[in-house]
Ligand binder design. Structure first.
Ligand code: TRP
Length: 329
């Protein structure tokens, strides 16, 4: 069995793109691996949230992941800030992370460009903290998207460097977890590209039916096909891709046929799509609302996760300290 670790950003609500992307895979993975999923709340401090926003963001993602089916009895689900061993390993790894290599990472350079007024040391050492998150459990696999590949590469480098420095084979070099075919790209509603957070493009799991109808009805289309069986332009194809994940096969076939013989009415297609999305998201949304109102349950989940994560993390830290040479008198 592989040990898998993944961090979850604590800002922003989940949209359908997140759901059919990483999240569905997390839910499947939890049964096949020894999985650690945590909310990266230390990492979020790089952007200086207010105490209220910090807590609210963590609570929201936790509730949303639970509502989607992450099972705290199966996976280890915890808050990064509940595991002080992570912060200690971060300190230890920082001694062998070079400022030059950290300055050269693309995500750091991006952040500097976007926010030149807030180039803090936490941003610079973000990959070190991420490496600590992963190797604290000696994880072999990390499910990451394209944007995190360089950070994972650095985690391997820091693990290897530690091993070389102390002439041990202690830390595992973490490899990317390959989702293979399972990763579906969900398009946005604005015609091109994938679903994201931007206004008018994303449908969030917490959106109410009224919002969903409004967003879908506003989705970009064209003036309709004029030739029989013509190829679909991207905005139309996108609506069908959404249908593929939420609608019945005969519904999809019906509208495809209408498109093929130029009888399609986009208004009807959108109405159907909106209802099918609502049917899909409503039970999840209700669970999010229930869980968010249940602080006792959230506390239980967080405590259980912290306990399991610390058990694993403290073993690693104890061993790492010994290897480095910290010794009791
Ligand atoms: N950097 C990741 C992101 O922005 C979140 C993250 C933090 C993470 N620590 C991690 C992901 C460890 C995987 C493993 O999405």
């Amino acid at each position: 069995m592989e040990t898998v670790v993944s961090g979850i950003r604590s800002t922003g609500n989940l949209h359908l793109g997140n759901y059919f992307g990483a999240l569905k895979n997390f839910i499947r993975m939890q049964h096949e691996n020894n999985s650690f999923f945590f909310i990266a709340d230390y990492h979020s401090l790089t952007t200086h949230p207010t105490p209220g926003d910090l807590h609210g963001g963590v609570k929201q993602v936790l509730a949303e992941y639970l509502a989607c089916g992450l099972d705290p009895e199966v996976a280890t689900l915890y808050l990064q800030s509940d595991v002080p061993e992570v912060a200690e390993l971060y300190l230890l790894l920082n001694m062998n992370a070079y400022v030059g290599e950290l300055e050269r990472t693309t995500s750091f350079k991006d952040k500097v460009r976007k926010n030149p007024e807030n180039v803090n040391a936490g941003l610079l050492t973000y990959p070190v903290l991420m490496a600590a998150d992963i190797i604290i459990h000696n994880a072999s696999k990390v499910p990451v998207g394209k944007d995190q590949e360089q950070n994972l590469e650095m985690a391997r480098k820091f693990a290897r460097r530690f091993n070389n420095m102390y002439k041990v084979e202690y830390f595992t070099e973490p490899q990317p977890y390959n989702f293979g075919e399972a990763l579906i790209k969900i398009p946005g509603l604005d015609g091109t590209g994938k679903m994201g957070k931007s206004e008018g493009n994303g449908i969030f799991l917490v959106d109410d039916p009224k919002d969903i109808r409004k967003k879908v009805m506003r989705a970009v289309t064209d003036s309709g096909p004029t030739k029989m069986n013509s190829e679909m332009p991207e905005p139309i194809q996108n609506l069908f891709t959404l249908m593929d994940v939420v609608s019945e096969k005969n519904t999809i076939d019906f509208f495809k046929e209408k498109y093929g013989n130029c009888e399609i009415r986009y208004g009807d297609l959108k109405k159907q799509l909106a209802e099918d999305i609502i049917n899909f998201t409503s039970p999840i949304r209700e669970r999010i609302i229930d869980i968010s109102a249940n602080d006792e349950y959230l506390r239980k989940v967080a405590n259980l996760g912290a306990e399991k994560a610390r058990e694993s993390a403290s073993k690693t830290i104890k061993e790492a300290r010994k290897i480095i040479g910290f010794k009791p008198f």
